[in-house]
Design a protein around this ligand. Structure first.
Ligand SMILES: NC(=O)c1ccc[n+]([C@@H]2O[C@H](COP(=O)([O-])OP(=O)(O)OC[C@H]3O[C@@H](n4cnc5c(N)ncnc54)[C@H](OP(=O)(O)O)[C@@H]3O)[C@@H](O)[C@H]2O)c1
Length: 405
C-alpha cells in the first residue's frame, strides 16, 4: 500500500527548540537512528552550552540559538577551533527566528514552561508542523494557539505520551463517537504516601520518578500531580473535548499510555514501554511508522496492570488544574506561572512539597480578587498576566519565608 508520505521529499528538515533537554535529547536519538529520514537544521538550547557543542559537532545544524548575546559569544569561542560554523542566534528574537526557518518542515517544541509559547506560535504562523512536547503552550494560551493552528492548517502532533496515545486511539474513528478520554497517570513517586509523609518529602525524593526519566520541572509536576492537571488542559484543547469528558486513572505501571472510550462501549488503548522515543518518532514520521530500536513490551513479564482513582485531597494541584480548565479566562496562565515559580522554590529548598499547591491557590485567589478572570484576547496579554503571576508568586514566597523566620 502506498503511504500518504511516500511523496514527501525526505529527509524532513527538523528544528528542535530545547535540544539540550530530556525531550530534545530523545528526539536527537530518534534522528540518529534514521539519518535518511531526518535532517537537523536548527538546535535551540538554554544554558547548557557544552552539550549543545556536542550536538553541533554530531548533527552539524546550519542554525543554533542560545539565551543571551553573552552565551552566543561563548559558544562562538567554543567553536573557534572547529570547522563547523553554524549561524548563532540568541534571545527571544533568536528563538522565534530559528522556529520559523524557511527550510524547516517541522519544529519540535520542547522548551520547558511558558518560555515555549512565543517561539511555538512563530513556528505555527510560519506554517511549520509542530511536534508538541511543551504542554504549557496549550495550558496558558490554548484558545489562541488552536485558532492559529486552524487558520494556518499546520499539524499539531502531540509528543506527550498520553496525548500521543489518545491521538493514535482516535485515528480512523469519528470524533462524535468518542464518549470520553481515559487519561492515565503513573501517580509519581509519592502516590502511596499520607499527607503527613508528603509534608516531609525532599527535592531529591521528588526527582526520583519511578518510570520516566525527564527534566526536573515535569518530574516535580508528576509528583504533585500538577503534570496530570496540565495534561488534562492540554487534552481539552488538543482534542476539543470538555474537561468533563476526560477521566484520570492512576496506572502505576505506565504501560497503557491512555485510552479512548467510544459510545458503543469499546475502549481503545495504546500500550508501549515507557520510552519517550516512541511518541516522538510517531510525531516526527506521522502518518508513517518507523522501525524504532527500543525495548519491546513483554506483557508476560509485566503480568498485571492496575488502576486507581486519583486523590485530589492529597494532591490538590489536580483539583486546581481542573478548576482553571473549567473557569478558563486568565486563570490557567496564573496557575502555570505560579506553579513554575513554586516548583523552583521547592527545588531550592525554600518551600515544602505541600506548600506548592497552597502557594498556587493563594495566587489564583489574589488574581481573581485583584484582576478578575477576564479572558486574554492576544498573546501580549498572556505574557503580561504571566509576568504578573510570576512577580506576585515570588514576592509571596519571600513574605512567607520572612514570616517564618
Ligand atoms: N521529559 C519528558 O519525558 C516529557 C514528556 C512529556 C512532555 N514533556 C514536556 O516537554 C517539555 C520539555 O520537558 P523536558 O523534560 O525535556 O525539560 P528539560 O529537560 O528541563 O529541558 C528543557 C529545555 O528547555 C531549555 N530551556 C529551559 N528554560 C529555557 C528558557 N527560559 N529559554 C530557553 N530555553 C530554555 C533547556 O535548556 P538548557 O538545559 O540548555 O538550559 C532545555 O533544552 C516540557 O513542557 C514538558 O512538560 C516532557
Amino acid at each position: 500500500m502506498v503511504s500518504v508520505e511516500d511523496n514527501f521529499p525526505w529527509p524532513k528538515n527538523i528544528v528542535i527548540l530545547g535540544s539540550t533537554g530530556s525531550i530534545g535529547q530523545s528526539t536527537l536519538d530518534v534522528v540518529r537512528q534514521f539519518p535518511d529520514k531526518f535532517k537537523i537544521i536548527g538546535l535551540a538550547a538554554g544554558k547548557n552550552l557544552s552539550l549543545l557543542l556536542h550536538q553541533i559537532k554530531e548533527f552539524n545544524p546550519p542554525f543554533v540559538c542560545v539565551r543571551s548575546a553573552q552565551d552566543a559569544k561563548e559558544l562562538s569561542w567554543m567553536l573557534s577551533g572547529e570547522k563547523l560554523r553554524p549561524k548563532i542566534l540568541w534571545d527571544d528574537e533568536g528563538y522565534c527566528e530559528i522556529a520559523s526557518l524557511p527550510e524547516a518542515h517541522m519544529v519540535v517544541s520542547a522548551l520547558v514552561g511558558a518560555a515555549g509559547l512565543i517561539p511555538t506560535v512563530h513556528a505555527i504562523r510560519a506554517g511549520k508542523d509542530i511536534a508538541l512536547a511543551n504542554k504549557e503552550t496549550l495550558v496558558i494560551a490554548g484558545d489562541l494557539v488552536v485558532a492559529e493552528v486552524d487558520r494556518t492548517g499546520v499539524r499539531l502532533l502531540p509528543v506527550d505520551s498520553e496525548h500521543n496515545a489518545i491521538f493514535q486511539a482516535m485515528e480512523g474513528h469519528r470524533r462524535v463517537h468518542v464518549k470520553r478520554i481515559l487519561l492515565t497517570a503513573s501517580g509519581g513517586p509519592f502516590f502511596k504516601l499520607t499527607r503527613e509523609e508528603l509534608a516531609k518529602v525532599t527535592p531529591e525524593q521528588a526527582l526520583k520518578h519511578p518510570n520516566w526519566s525527564m527534566g526536573k520541572k515535569i518530574t516535580v509536576d508528576s509528583a504533585t500531580l500538577m503534570n496530570k492537571g496540565l495534561e488534562l488542559i492540554e487534552a481539552h484543547w488538543l482534542f476539543r473535548l470538555p474537561p468533563e469528558m476526560i477521566t484520570i486513572y492512576i496506572h502505576p505501571e505506565s504501560i497503557i499510555h491512555s485510552m479512548v472510550e467510544y459510545v458503543d462501549g469499546s475502549i481503545i488503548a495504546h500500550l508501549a514501554v515507557p520510552d519517550m522515543r516512541i511518541p516522538i518518532a510517531y510525531a516526527l514520521s506521522y502518518p508513517d511508522r518507523l522501525p524504532l530500536r527500543v525495548p519491546v513490551l513483554n506483557l508476560f513479564e509485566i503480568g498485571h496492570l492496575t488502576f486507581f482513582p486519583p486523590d485530589e485531597e492529597k494532591f490538590p494541584c489536580l483539583r486546581l488544574a481542573k478548576e482553571v480548565c473549567r473557569k478558563k479566562g486568565t486563570l490557567p496562565i496564573v496557575l502555570n506561572a505560579a506553579n513554575e515559580i513554586a516548583v523552583d522554590a521547592f527545588l531550592a529548598g525554600r518551600i515544602g512539597f505541600l506548600d506548592i499547591p497552597e502557594v498556587i491557590e493563594y495566587i489564583m485567589s489574589e488574581h481573581e480578587r485583584m484582576n478578575g478572570n477576564i479572558s486574554a484576547s492576544d498573546f501580549d496579554t498572556v505574557l503580561q498576566v504571566d509576568s504578573w503571576a510570576r512577580r506576585e508568586t515570588s514576592e509571596y514566597i519571600v513574605r512567607r519565608q520572612s514570616n517564618m523566620s
